[in-house]
Every structure is written in C-alpha cells, then in structure tokens.
Design a protein around this ligand. Structure first.
Ligand SMILES: Nc1ncnc2c1ncn2[C@@H]1O[C@H](COP(=O)(O)OP(=O)(O)OP(=O)(O)O)[C@@H](O)[C@H]1O
Length: 388
C-alpha cells in the first residue's frame, strides 16, 4: 500500500513573491488525487516541495514520520526513494534508447546486475504498453509514447508515491483517455499514492478520488472528488467549466464589480449549460460522472474500499449535494453502517484534509463483520458496487 503524505500549514515564497500560504492536505495512501489551479498558481512548486527539491519556509510535509521540510540530506535521500515522478515531457535523455532511459534509475541507485535490470525494465515497459520499443530513441516516438516511457522509468524503483506533472500536456484527447486508463490500471496494480497536476477537466472529473484547487495563493478546497464537482464556489465552478466569467482573470484577478457583472450576464444566458463543450470541456451531463474503473481482468483498486470507508465517516462534514453524491458511490453495507450510526464520524477535518484516526473506528461491533460473515470470508470481499 502507498504511503500517506501529510501537508500541514505549508507556505512558500521566492523573495517577496508569495506562491501559496498555509496549504494543508493529506494524500491518503494508495488513493489518486488531482491538483488543479490556474497557470502560475504554484502547482509545480508544490510538487517540487513534496520531493524536497524546494524548501517551503513554513509548515511540514510528513511522510512515514519524517518531515521532509526539515530533513537532512541523508533522510531526504531515503524519502526520495519512495517517489516516482513523471515530468511533463517525460524528461528522457535524447541520446539514450528507451531501454537505457528506463534502466537509468536502477543503474544509478541500485547494485542490481544487468540481467535483473533487464527483467525489471521489460516488465515496466509491458505495464505501460511499450513492449518491443526498447531500441527506439525518444526523438523517434510520439509524445504519448514518451509519456509512457517516462512513466515506466518512474516505476522501476517500485515507488510508494507517484507524482504526475501535467501528464496530458501535448496529447490529443484520445491519447489522454488512454493515459488516464493506464493511470487507473497502474494504481490498481501497485496501490501507490498518486498525485496528478493537470489542466484537463475530463481527467479531473473522472480519474481521482480526491480533488484540490489552488487559487490566489491558497488551497481553495481539497477533498473527495464529489466535494469539488458539486461545489458552488464561484472559482471552482469557473475552473471546472472552463469559462471566462468568474474570479479568475486572463493574467491576474478581476475586481469584484466586474465579476458580478459577468456572472449576471452568464445567468441571463442560462448559466453553465450554455457554455461550449470542447474536448476538455466540463459542462453538460452529470455533475459527478462515474469514476474510471480498472480495465477488466485487473484487480480492483484496493484504495477504492479504503476510500469508501473514509468518506463514509466524513459524510456529515459536507453539504447536501456533496453528501448525496458521496452516498451514491457507497456500497450498501457501508451505507447501512452510516445510517445506523455505527461509524464514529471524523472530527473537524472540514473536508480539507484527512489523517488516519484510530479513534474513528466503529463504536460498537467491528464494521467488518456483518451477520453471517465468516472469518475466511473477509467482509470487503463481496457486495461492493463501486462508483456506479
Ligand atoms: N525557482 C524559482 N525561483 C523563482 N520563482 C519561481 C521558481 N520556480 C517557480 N517560480 C515562480 O512560481 C510561480 C508558480 O510557478 P509554477 O510553475 O509552480 O506554476 P504552475 O501552477 O505549475 O503553472 P502552470 O500551470 O503554468 O504549469 C511562478 O510565478 C514562477 O515564476
């Protein structure tokens, strides 16, 4: 299982330019989270801070008990081994073929022999659908293949956390759809914690368990996908609908009067339903579309059930629309526990973050043992209807 990344009160500036302040969130282990935000809001700075490449001035990033903001070089080196990073362009060495590019971290950071390296590289290449392309140079393959090669390289050290910096950039909508499926499939296979920075609203709506939005030097919201997708916050709605009207301006923030005038005009035209739906558009259809499932034949995502239990305990924190959307994603056994009050609800997480709470276990009988379930029949084994 992937590890949790707990970010508390994080603040980063470059000189007098504050990038973001007081960012608090937790990436739950093994879950997929997406971070959105207008250009220049510091999403890449956030990713670099997570791997210790940049040092925030305040706050903490705790991974397996180590605060990487304050960690020394040795601890940082160890923690970095937990990460795989997919950079925007794949960050491949142009003069090396794909095999050598993907083998690079193994040759640099391990003492493995060439035959073991070969079997690991070929396994990861197969996982990302690149079998047979070992001898190709990065310049000879498409952008989509380069992303896959970058992903294979991010996988070779068996990471517990994978960071994706705009995996969809430069890809056509069909390639983005294939890549999204690959991301979900990989998550099902390796159960690592994923954080994806993207501008692609389709990805944000269908891939993650959790969604966050950075704006005006703050984390506006971070929580279960249903929370952002049903949100009425003007900035969230503007971003998810990819429209001009709203608080986000061309290069800077707009003044209040202008935003009000734009919103009134938008309402007069019928609201978001009248916006165009481009390939990356978000309007139309359900506010909360079904989440992508792993390809048939692959294991279920282990994080799915863990997440369902987690959000079932958080239901009381959300408004009616969000709670209803979350309930629609829960299997019947968990809903029964929610409705019978078996769960001890989370306290004061406010939907913005999550921490393992030992005291949030069921109050009475263990949730895992509904009547008739035998010890050899684990309670999560059946009856989940997923995010239908
Ligand atoms: N090393 C650095 N030194 C000084 N300023 C920096 C540095 N790195 C980033 N910045 C500034 O931080 C701000 C946020 O940049 P960042 O690349 O993180 O934004 P982003 O949200 O990822 O944008 P985009 O969506 O366009 O990729 C920018 O104003 C950028 O100029």
């Amino acid at each position: 299982m992937g590890v949790a990344v707990e970010v508390q009160g994080l603040t980063k500036s470059f000189g007098s330019q504050n990038i973001w302040s007081d960012v608090t969130l937790t990436l739950p282990p093994g879950e997929i989270s997406v971070l959105l935000g207008p250009s220049g809001t510091g999403k890449s700075v956030f990713l670099k801070s997570l791997v210790g490449l940049l040092k925030p001035e305040q706050g903490s990033i705790t991974i397996e008990g180590t605060d990487i903001v304050r960690a020394g070089e040795h601890d940082l080196y160890e923690i970095r081994k937990l990460f795989g990073v997919l950079f925007q362009d794949g960050a491949l060495f142009g003069s090396m073929n794909l095999f050598d590019n993907i083998a690079f971290p193994l040759r640099e950071h391990t003492k493995k022999g060439e035959s073991e390296i070969r079997s690991i590289v070929l396994e990861k290449m197969e996982m990302v659908g690149l079998q047979g392309a070992e001898g190709k140079l990065p310049g000879e393959i498409s952008g989509g293949m380069r992303k896959r090669a970058g992903l294979a390289r991010a996988l070779v050290l068996d990471p517990e956390i994978i960071l994706f910096d705009e995996p969809d950039s430069g890809l056509d909508p069909v390639r983005v759809a294939y890549l999204n499926q690959l991301i979900v499939d990989l998550n099902a296979q390796i159960d690592a914690t994923f954080l994806i920075v993207t501008h692609d609203i389709g990805t944000a709506r269908t891939v993650p368990d959790n969604l966050g939005l950075l704006f005006r030097r703050n984390l506006v919201m971070f929580g279960p996908r249903e929370q952002l997708l049903t949100s009425q916050e003007p900035v969230v709605r503007q971003f998810l609908n990819g429209r001009r009207e709203g608080p986000i301006g061309m290069s800077e923030e707009k003044d209040v009067a202008q935003v009000e005038a734009e919103m009134a005009a938008l309402e007069a035209r019928g609201g978001d339903s009248h916006n165009g739906v481009g390939p990356k558009g978000a309007s139309g259809g359900d506010a909360v579309p079904p989440q992508l499932e792993p390809t048939e034949g692959l294991p279920e995502r282990k994080a799915q059930r863990r997440r369902q239990e987690r959000v079932a305990r958080m239901l009381h924190e959300f408004d009616e629309d969000t709670a209803e959307a979350i309930r629609a994603s829960l299997p019947e056994d968990l809903l029964a526990h929610v409705d019978s009050g078996t769960f001890r609800p989370t306290e004061d997480a406010g939907g913005r973050h999550w921490a393992p709470e030992p005291d949030a276990a069921p109050r009475t009988e263990p949730v895992g043992e509904p009547a008739g379930a035998g010890a050899s029949n684990p309670w999560w084994a059946g009856g989940s209807r997923g995010n239908e």
